[in-house]
Ligand binder design. Structure first.
Ligand SMILES: *[C@@H]1O[C@H](CO)[C@@H](O)[C@H](O)[C@H]1NC(C)=O
Ligand SMILES: *[C@@H]1O[C@H](CO)[C@@H](O)[C@H](O)[C@H]1NC(C)=O
Ligand SMILES: *[C@@H]1O[C@H](CO)[C@@H](O)[C@H](O)[C@H]1NC(C)=O
Length: 293
């Protein structure tokens, strides 16, 4: 009797899943290195406002074509490394859009498909509606009367949805991402731009296997510097400030911290592979052996 009831429950459950939209586990995932195309909101170069059609649908257009590939910018799933994308000719409208982006009047709002589109459609199921994750390019720079300075060295951080990675360079689905200019205060690191120039974007792409940033044994690690910032360190510096012992804080940051960081090795920066990696740029993490000083 109980068994019979159980069978009914199971079949109800099955009926329920087939009647709903396509279940997660039958949807495709990106294979390692699969191209992920970047598309961005089309904006008016006059006002910076996004362009929508009569149905109020936003207009997404491919990222401008990179001179290096002749194709719009794309990332390879799980693929880490340096990527150059030179937009060969900044025309008048694009120049004005760059002014909006650099001034933060409008975000350079782009998006990535969270997963590849399914090739097969199961009869009786609602067709899969493509999902996207936002990728904002936080482009830093300064406006001058006659030209623009744009910090073209950018970091791109991409997170995969958590899953049990069965093997190295496993497939997966996107969770989130961000792109930002580095060293915005360093004018030497920025590109001077007038209409007609090329915009040489230099992207450093890193992947994370979960939405979380790297940590070990519950401790947050300052991986890029190789040092470990422990909670007590943070508390110590906070306490210093709160007590108004500015001098001791300055001493800590000026002398103690640099000393502590000196000689430390570069940590495993982006552990998609958690130590099973074999070297730099292998797509799943860094060998923790490089020194930074
Ligand atoms: C963006 O919108 C403008 C104005 O509607 C249009 O002229 C332009 O072709 C669009 N850009 C792309 C890449 O489709
Ligand atoms: C990107 O461009 C720089 C020059 O700006 C060059 O040194 C570097 O090798 C290029 N990297 C790739 C991956 O093509
Ligand atoms: C674009 O690529 C072509 C050929 O690869 C090269 O001759 C040209 O200088 C490049 N332009 C820019 C702006 O990088």
């Amino acid at each position: 009797m109980a068994r019979f009831a159980f069978a009914i429950l199971v079949s109800l459950g099955l009926l329920h899943t087939t009647a709903a939209s396509t279940p997660e586990d039958v949807l495709p995932s990106y294979h390692y290195g699969a191209p992920i195309h970047v598309e961005c909101l089309n904006r008016s170069s006059e006002t910076g406002e996004h362009i929508a059609n009569e149905q109020d649908d936003l207009q997404w257009v491919p990222f401008p074509a990179c001179n290096e590939t002749g194709r719009p910018l794309e990332f390879g799933y799980g693929h880490e490394g340096e990527l150059n994308c030179t937009i060969p000719f900044i025309d008048d409208p694009t120049y004005h859009l760059l002014e909006f982006y650099v001034h933060n009047d409008a975000p350079m709002a782009c998006r990535l498909p969270a997963r590849p589109a399914p090739q097969v459609h199961v009869v009786g199921q609602k067709p899969y509606v493509q999902e996207y994750i936002p990728l904002v390019f936080a482009l830093a720079g300064t406006l001058q009367l006659s030209h623009l300075h744009v910090s073209t060295q950018m970091n791109v951080l991409l997170h995969a949805k958590p899953k049990h990675h069965i093997h190295h360079k496993d497939s997966g689905v996107l969770d989130s991402g961000v792109a930002y200019s580095t060293s915005p205060l360093n004018t030497k690191a920025s590109t001077r731009l007038v209409i007609g120039d090329a915009l040489p974007l230099r992207l450093s792409v890193r992947w994370f296997p979960t939405p979380a940033l790297p940590k070990t044994e519950g401790m947050v690690e300052w991986q890029g510097m190789g040092g470990h910032i422990y909670a007590s360190t943070v508390f110590y510096s906070l306490a210093s400030f709160l007590a108004g012992i500015v001098a001791s804080g300055a001493y800590f940051f000026g002398i103690v911290l640099p000393k502590r960081l000196k000689g430390r090795s570069l940590g495993g920066a982006t552990p998609l592979g958690y130590g099973v990696n074999s070297g730099v740029g292998n797509g799943w993490g860094y060998k923790p052996s490089k020194r930074i000083d």
